[in-house]
Design a protein around this ligand. Structure first.
Ligand SMILES: [Fe+2]
Length: 240
């Protein structure tokens, strides 16, 4: 058994009290914590230190994070520096985790949107191209993963609309990217996690045999805890 914990959208001080309360309920046998972006709020890099301090009160294990839209690209380096290795940021890359009972391949990305927000269209040149490239990058990374291994794809934006019920329907293309669904069903990672949908009512869905969780803290109001080795058995059963 290998238990992983996951959350996202702490947004610095905005949901810090909720995060502290939720972390107080974390089981003691969790081995790794994944933060699915928007750890800080509106680019305020210093707040990563608050989140680390709150995290370490309850959890001494390894912490990995992907960036969210609130981790502005202009402050990414500062966030990494202030994290001092307490949070390992994974951005469009692979990390292998050697756990007590399994090896887990971790793939982190910010994810993408089917329709860039109005702000993004105005302020980020060629944003559509960036998003299209990001989907292809995820495909490339997943192609490198051995299907016998446990793998977790974690991102900030939703990789499907299936978890977006509860959010305004017109906004779904600005909350997630359905192009990721095809990539997930081709490569079948063991688990996919996302955040960003603060009002997403659906905690868990699936694409093929792969479970997809929206772990957004304001939506779930707790830290999600998942036994990755149990999932792998279920996924293999479905595959064979
Ligand atoms: Fe977000």
């Amino acid at each position: 058994m290998v238990k992983i914990a996951a959350t996202g959208d702490i947004h610095g001080r905005r949901f810090l009290d909720l995060y502290i309360k939720a972390m107080g309920e974390l089981p003691s046998d969790v081995e790794v914590l994944l933060l699915c972006g928007d750890v800080i709020n509106k680019g305020k890099a210093e707040d990563v230190e608050l989140v680390i301090e709150a995290t370490r009160r309850f959890f001494k294990g390894r912490v990995y994070a992907c960036f969210g839209n609130e981790e502005y690209e202009t402050v990414q380096d500062k966030i990494v520096e202030l994290s001092r290795g307490e949070i390992h940021w994974i951005d469009e890359s692979i990390v292998k985790l050697y756990m007590s009972d399994a090896v887990i391949t971790l793939i982190g990305t910010r994810g993408c949107l089917d329709r860039p927000t109005r702000w993004q269209r105005r302020n980020i040149p060629r944003i559509e191209e960036i998003y299209a490239r990001r989907v292809e990058k995820v495909r490339e990374l997943l192609a490198q993963v051995d299907r016998e291994e446990n793998s977790i794809l974690f991102m900030h934006y939703a990789p499907t609309y299936k978890t977006l019920m509860g959010e305004e329907k017109w906004a779904w293309p600005e909350l997630g990217c359905r192009k990721m669904e095809a990539v997930i069903s081709s490569y079948r990672p063991t688990l996919v996690l996302h955040a960003h949908a603060h009002r997403g009512e659906v905690a868990k869905t699936a694409i093929g045999a792969t479970p997809i969780y929206n772990v957004s803290l304001p939506a779930r109001r707790k830290i999600m805890v998942i036994d990755i080795t149990a999932l792998k058995r279920t996924t293999l059963d479905a595959y064979w």
